[in-house]
Design a protein around this ligand. Structure first.
Ligand SMILES: Nc1nc2c(ncn2[C@@H]2O[C@H](COP(=O)(O)OP(=O)(O)O)[C@@H](O)[C@H]2O)c(=O)[nH]1
Ligand SMILES: [Mg+2]
Ligand SMILES: [Zn+2]
Length: 297
C-alpha cells in the first residue's frame, strides 16, 4: 500500500480509457477514479472539479467530484464559463444558422457567450458584429494571421474555463495558437483528417494556460443536431434568444409564437432593426425543427 502524501483539488483536463489527467497546483497528475465513484456510476468529464489524493509515486486518485456549474453534451465538458463561438468573415462563408444553434446550446447551459470574428484580414467584420452585438454578445474581431484583436481576447479569457467551437475551417485552431503559442494545436488539412478519423472517440481536452485558465479546442460541429441542444420543447426556444426578452410581453396576442403573427413585437423589432433578421430566421427554422422532432422523434 502506497502512502498518500497529499490531498488537494484539481480540474480534470482530459480522460482516456478511465485514466484522468488532473491539473492540480500547476502540475498534471494522472489519476484513477476512486472505487466509490465507479460504483456510484458518476461519469467524470473534462472540466470537472475534483478532490484527489496524490500518492508518493506522483500518481493520484479521485476521491470525489465537486458540484457542477453546468455540463454540455457535445462537446462533453463541465463547468464552462465562456463559450467562444468562432466564425470567419469569409472562407468559409458564415453560416449563421449553425452559429445560432451554438448560441442556443450555450444559453441553455448558462455559459457566457462571446463571438470571435476571425479572418478580419480578409474582410471587414462589421456585418457580423452588428448581428451579435444586438444580441448582447461581446464580439472580438480577430485575425489569427496578423494577430489583431488577439491580446484583447486573451485578456478576456484569463481566469476562465472556455471552449472554442465553430465550423471547420474558420480558424479555431489557428486562433488558439495565436492566443497560446505553447498550446501547439494542429491546424489546417491535417487536423481535419485527424478529427474525421477519430470522430467517434475523440474526447475534448483542456489546455491549462495557468492555474485558473483552461481552454479547449473542438473539431467542429458535425454532430450538432437538435437533440444535442438540451432544449425540451420548441415552446421554450425564445428564452434562449436574449434580444427577444424585452419584446415577448408586448405581442398583440397572448400565446404568440413569434413566427409570423400580426402584431408580434419581435417581428416589429426585426422590421425596425433592433433585432437582426438572421437571428429571427434562425429562431423560425430551429423552432420548426424542434417541433418536428417532438412530433416524429
Ligand atoms: N487569412 C486568414 N487565414 C486564416 C486565419 N485563421 C486561420 N486561417 C487559415 O484557415 C485555415 C483553417 O484554419 P484552422 O485553424 O485549421 O481552422 P479550424 O478548422 O477552425 O480549426 C488554415 O488554412 C489557416 O491557415 C486568419 O485569421 N486569416
Ligand atoms: Mg481545428
Ligand atoms: Zn410575438
Amino acid at each position: 500500500m502506497m502512502n498518500k502524501i497529499n490531498s488537494d483539488t484539481g480540474v480534470i483536463i482530459k480522460e482516456k480509457k478511465g485514466l484522468y489527467s488532473v491539473s492540480c497546483s500547476g502540475k498534471e497528475v494522472l489519476c484513477k477514479a476512486g472505487s466509490h465513484i465507479r460504483k456510484e456510476g458518476v461519469r467524470l468529464v473534462a472540466g470537472d472539479r475534483v478532490e484527489l489524493e496524490i500518492n508518493s509515486d506522483g500518481s493520484g486518485f479521485i476521491r470525489s467530484a465537486l458540484p457542477r456549474k453546468n455540463c454540455l453534451s457535445r462537446p462533453l465538458v463541465a463547468n464552462i464559463d465562456t463559450f467562444v463561438i468562432v466564425t470567419a468573415t469569409q472562407s468559409p462563408t458564415p453560416y449563421l444558422y449553425n452559429v445560432d444553434k451554438l448560441t442556443v446550446m450555450a444559453e441553455r447551459a448558462g455559459a457566457e457567450i462571446v463571438i470571435a470574428v476571425n479572418k478580419c484580414d480578409l474582410k471587414d467584420e462589421k456585418e457580423l458584429t452588428a448581428v451579435y452585438e444586438k444580441a448582447f454578445y461581446k464580439c472580438f474581431p480577430v485575425s489569427a494571421s496578423d494577430g489583431r484583436g488577439v491580446d484583447g481576447l486573451r485578456a478576456h479569457l484569463k481566469g476562465k474555463t472556455a471552449v472554442f467551437a465553430g465550423a471547420s475551417g474558420v480558424g479555431k485552431s489557428s486562433l488558439l495558437n495565436a492566443l497560446y503559442p505553447e498550446m501547439q494545436v494542429e491546424t489546417g488539412e491535417l487536423s481535419k483528417k485527424i478529427a474525421r478519423g477519430r470522430n467517434t472517440t475523440r474526447h475534448t481536452e483542456f489546455y491549462s494556460v495557468d492555474e485558473n485558465t483552461y481552454i479547449a479546442d473542438t473539431p467542429g460541429f458535425t454532430m450538432l443536431d437538435e437533440d444535442r441542444l438540451g432544449i425540451d420543447s420548441h415552446e421554450e426556444l425564445y428564452m434562449y434568444f436574449p434580444e427577444f426578452e424585452e419584446y415577448v410581453g408586448e405581442c398583440a396576442f397572448r400565446g404568440c409564437t413569434h413566427l409570423k403573427e400580426e402584431g408580434c413585437a419581435i417581428i416589429e423589432a426585426v422590421k425596425n432593426g433592433a433585432v437582426a433578421k438572421s437571428r429571427h430566421e434562425s429562431f423560425v427554422k430551429l423552432y420548426g425543427e424542434l417541433k418536428d422532432r417532438k412530433r416524429y422523434g
